[in-house]
Structures are given as C-alpha cells and as structure tokens.
Design a protein around this ligand. Structure first.
Ligand SMILES: Nc1ncnc2c1ncn2[C@@H]1O[C@H](COP(=O)(O)OP(=O)(O)O)[C@@H](O)[C@H]1O
Ligand SMILES: [Mg+2]
Length: 299
C-alpha cells in the first residue's frame, strides 16, 4: 500500500501552546481525505507543516515517499496546494494570471492552460478580468493554478470557506471529478462535517492538535451502532439488563433503552427479556448520526 502523505508524531508548538500534537496521518493513493476539526484545532498548521512552510517542533513528514525537510523539492514537485485564499492580479484576466503564475513555477505547455480551465469549469471566462470573478470563480481559478504542474496530490485548506451554497456544491463536484477522472489524491480540511461526509472516503478528526479518529466514514458510523429497545415496565427492564445481566444499557427519556452490543448478542438479550416476562415491543438498530459522533468526539 503506497502512502501519499505520512506523518509520524508530528508536533508543532508556538511558544508554550501546542498547535499540533503527535499527529500520525496516513493518506493513501486515490483518497479524498477529509481533515476535520473545529476552528483552532490545528488544521492549517498541519497543512503548513505538510508543505514545509513551517518547521515541525518534532516528528516527521513524508510526501509521495520523500521526507521533509531534507527532500522538500522532490516532495513538493507533484503537489498542488491552496493554503490561503489565492491572490490574483485583479486587472488581468484569469488566463493571464495562470500564465504569470506558471512563469514563476516552471514550464507549462500552452494546451495545459485550456485543459485546467476546462477542468475547473472556467472555459469561456478565461479572458474576463479577475476583478469581475465571483468568489467561487476565484476559488476555481486557484484550483486551476494548483493543477497546472500536473500534481499527483492536492492539498486544500478549507477550499469552500466563505462560498455560498452554489459555490460549495461546484467545488465539491469538481473535487470528486478530479479524484475520479484524473486519479488525484486529495487532502482537504474543513470544519464542516457534512461537507467532508459527502465527498471523502476517509477522514481524520482532530481536536486541540490531537488525532481523535482516522479511518472511513463508514467504520466510524458502524462503530457507533446501538440497539433501541422498548418494553413494558421499562424501569424494571433497565434494572434487569444493568444489574442482573451487567450489560451497557442507557436510558434516554421514559420510552426507550439503548444497548451498545454487537448484533450477534441482541437475540440473546431479547430471549432473556422475554423469559423474564417482559413484553418486548421493539428492538431496532439505531445508528448515531455522524454529527452526533463528531460533537461527542470534539466537545
Ligand atoms: N503563527 C502562529 N503563532 C502562534 N500561534 C499560532 C500560529 N499559527 C497558529 N497558531 C495557533 O495554533 C492553533 C491552531 O491553529 P490553526 O492551525 O490555524 O487551526 P485551524 O486551521 O484548525 O483553525 C491555534 O490555537 C492558533 O492560535
Ligand atoms: Mg485554518
């Protein structure tokens, strides 16, 4: 398995404040990887560390198999990034901005401009001055810029921040297209859970610089399945399950009991309840929403 991004106990402190705390991330080739955390969690600092823009206090970063900082140039050769809102020459066109940018970063064959402009859905607008671009168009031009050097990896810090719902949807669709059609690996940070949930196959959740979860969205949800039970004499049923059977049972309101058990064990619980004379009206699978889990993890 090839890792496109690997960090090992990556740590960054500013004075006495720990912004990134022993963070070990693994991003695989082809991942659309969501890097989630509330404001101040350490996302931007981590991304700056990944790009070699700040120096780690300790720990290691490797991109596409090259270690930073020793091999920064090779490591970043196939990486496109947007770290802050990209700055453009307002009185030049989108295309002129791309040309200036590429003259700074390396040679680009002219057909490449058309290609990246098409990918970001700016074809037909490339000769308009950036001054008249919407915020969403600017973000897409930034993306075009990041795509110019044919990166294998895109690193985007809050790419939809400040966009309206339409702009958010455009960027989201675009990133999915890039991942699927161009085979790019993408890491994007966000503080919005529902945003990464839609497009990312794997996520990491950080809080105060520490990793709380890393893996698929699916397994995070599966990890948090509970069974909801409704019986008569709910109080006695609760006592029976908690005291006699010593099961992890919770009450939520007066109506339901919740049990956190593997599915294989739930039939036996049902049997025990029935044997004790309880009327079992309902046993249902009850998955927490990702939102619930996220807030439980980060608050
Ligand atoms: N250059 C810096 N100097 C001092 N503290 C910083 C600096 N950059 C970030 N921090 C602090 O590090 C923490 C993480 O910030 P940041 O990485 O920007 O979080 P996020 O991008 O998740 O909102 C915050 O407490 C922030 O104040
Ligand atoms: Mg940030």
């Amino acid at each position: 398995m090839s890792l496109v991004i690997e960090t090992d106990n990556l740590t960054k402190t500013f004075d006495s404040r720990i912004a990134v705390n022993r963070l070990s991330l693994q991003v695989q080739a082809g991942d659309v990887f969501g890097f989630l955390g509330q404001n101040g969690a350490g996302k931007s600092t981590t991304i700056r560390l990944l790009l070699g823009l700040v120096k780690p206090s300790s720990g290691r970063v490797s991109l596409l198999g090259h270690n930073l900082p020793q091999h920064r140039e090779q490591a970043l050769r196939k990486v496109g990034a947007i770290v802050e809102a990209p700055a453009f020459y307002e009185n030049l066109t989108g295309l002129e901005n791309l040309k200036i940018f590429s003259s700074l970063t390396g040679t680009v064959r002219p057909p490449r401009y058309r290609e990246v402009l098409r990918w970001v859905h700016l074809s037909g607008r490339e000769n308009d001055k950036v001054r008249v671009y919407s915020h969403g168009m600017r973000q897409r031009l930034g993306l075009a810029q990041a795509l110019l050097p044919q990166p294998a990896l895109l690193i985007l810090d809050e790419p939809t921040d400040g966009l309206d719902p339409q702009g958010i949807r455009e960027i989201r669709q675009l990133l999915v297209e890039l991942a699927h059609q161009q085979g790019l690996t993408i890491l994007l940070s966000s503080h919005l859970l529902h945003e990464v949930e839609r497009i990312c196959n794997r996520i990491a959740i950080i809080d105060q610089g520490r990793l709380l979860y890393q893996g698929t969205v699916q397994s995070l949800l599966e990890h948090d399945v509970q069974f909801r039970i409704r019986t008569d004499r709910i109080e006695q049923a609760f006592q029976f399950l908690a005291r006699d059977l010593k099961l992890p049972v919770f009450r939520n309101g007066k109506e339901h009991l919740y049990l956190k058990l593997p599915e294989a064990d739930i039939a036996a619980v049902n049997h025990s309840l029935v044997s004790q004379g309880f009327q079992v009206y309902e046993i249902s699978r009850h998955a927490s929403s990702l939102e619930d889990i996220y807030f439980r993890l980060t608050t």
